[in-house]
Write a protein that binds this ligand. Structure first.
Ligand code: SME
Length: 161
C-alpha cells in the first residue's frame, strides 16, 4: 500500500521529497502505462491547486492522451497545437501563466487557467510525449515548480530504462 507523506519545507525541499517518493513508486517497474498512471496520481494528490495531471504520448504522428487524473480530456493533439503541442514541437517546457493569453490553447477543462507542460524525450533524443499539469489558478506555476516537474519527468523517463 502506498502511504502519502505530506510534503514539508520550502518548495525546492518539497519537490526533493516528491522526487524521492516518485523514485520509490516507480522503482523496479519499466512499464510506461503503469509508471505514467502512478506518477500522475502521485503528483495530483501531492501538490495543491491542480485540476489535471497526466501524460500525452507521441504515436509518431500526434500526441495521444495517456494515463491522467482529472476530467476526461481531448484525445489527440497535433504537434504545434495548444500548449502540449508547443512543448512537443519545440522540446521546451511551456509554463503558461494564463492560458487565456496563450494563442491556440486547447480548453479541455474550462476550469484550467494555468498550465505547465514538460516534453519527454528518450535517451536518443526522440520525442516520447509530454507531462501536462493544469491549475484553476492564474500564475499557479513558477520557476521552482518548473524545475521540480522537469525533475519528475526525468525520473519517469529513466524508469523506462
Ligand atoms: N490545454 C492543453 C490540452 C490538454 S488538457 O489541458 C488536458 C493544451 O492546450 O495543449
Amino acid at each position: 500500500m502506498f502511504a502519502a507523506t505530506p510534503l514539508t519545507g520550502n518548495k525546492p525541499d518539497q519537490y526533493a521529497q516528491l522526487a524521492e517518493q516518485a523514485r520509490g513508486l516507480l522503482h523496479g517497474e519499466r512499464d510506461r502505462v503503469a509508471n505514467a498512471a502512478n506518477l500522475s496520481a502521485l503528483i495530483y494528490h501531492s501538490l495543491p491547486d491542480l485540476n489535471w495531471v497526466g501524460f500525452y504520448f507521441y504515436d509518431g504522428i500526434e500526441l495521444v492522451v495517456g494515463p491522467f487524473q482529472g476530467l476526461p480530456a481531448c484525445v489527440r493533439i497535433p504537434l504545434g497545437k495548444g500548449v502540449c503541442g508547443a512543448a512537443a514541437a519545440t522540446r521546451l517546457t511551456q509554463r503558461v501563466i494564463d492560458v487565456d493569453a496563450f494563442p491556440g490553447h486547447i480548453a479541455c477543462d474550462a476550469a484550467s487557467r494555468a498550465e505547465l507542460v514538460v516534453p519527454l524525450e528518450d535517451a536518443q533524443g526522440r520525442l516520447v510525449g509530454v507531462l501536462d499539469l493544469d491549475s484553476p489558478s492564474v500564475g499557479r506555476f513558477d520557476a521552482e515548480d518548473q524545475a521540480g516537474l522537469e525533475d519528475l519527468a526525468r525520473i519517469f523517463q529513466e524508469s523506462l530504462g
